[in-house]
Write a protein that binds this ligand. Structure first.
Ligand SMILES: [Zn+2]
Length: 208
């Protein structure tokens, strides 16, 4: 069982691997730690813009830093988290493709489910038609990573669904893809002017 950590913004407890980890520099600046292995004290939040926005005023964070003021820019942290987790998903999918453990497309994923070779199937929220058949405990229908973003993650074009055939890769891709999906929920409070369209564009370009 994974270790439990607390979100410094909302106080929710969750398995460490489902949260985002930050490392505090000596001057109090928070840096996003995608791999979760940076030295120094780990600080955690839920993978959501709402919780990153809540960090600057968080009494829990102040306490965790021993009363020091933290240097935090939620928009920068969010951007770094999206970029780094998106990059991790892309490289995991590239590994899966090279080792023959990635199938792209609705029919291919349906086939892999039928034969039992699919360990994890990701389905875009805007996937329609035969993708309805992609259901069951190994399938996840995403909330915000749409066909275009999924296409970017697997290497171009649009992608309604893909299947991972390897257990280890399936677990890693599933975890990071869900975190990425959560991070696309909204924009940080200090992002101003055209944030809605920028957010929408970013979510479409996540895979690039
Ligand atoms: Zn939280």
């Amino acid at each position: 069982m994974d270790q439990v950590r607390t979100c410094l913004a909302c106080g929710r407890e969750a398995p460490r691997e489902l949260l985002l980890r930050f490392a505090a520099a000596p001057d109090g600046t928070l840096l996003f730690d995608a791999a979760g292995k940076a030295p120094g004290r780990g600080l955690y939040t839920c993978p959501s813009a709402a919780c990153m926005n809540g960090l600057p005023g968080s009494p829990r964070l102040k306490k965790a830093l021993g009363g020091r003021k933290a240097g935090i820019e939620p928009a920068t942290l969010l951007e770094a988290a999206r970029d780094q987790i998106g990059g991790r998903v892309r490289s995991l999918l590239s590994l899966a493709r090279k080792s023959g453990h990635l199938l792209i497309g609705t029919d291919e994923s349906l086939g892999a489910l039928r034969t039992g070779s699919a360990r994890f199937v990701a389905v875009a929220p805007d996937a329609a038609g035969r993708s309805r058949g992609l259901s069951g405990e190994r399938c996840v229908r995403l909330g915000r990573v749409d066909k275009l973003a999924m296409g970017g993650l697997v290497g171009g074009g649009e992608c309604a669904a893909f299947a991972i055939l390897d257990d280890g890769l399936a677990a890693s891709v599933c975890r990071d893809l869900l975190r990425l999906d959560s991070l696309l929920d909204d924009v940080p409070a200090n992002g101003r002017g055209g944030t809605v369209s920028r957010s929408a564009r970013r979510s479409r370009e996540t895979g690039r």
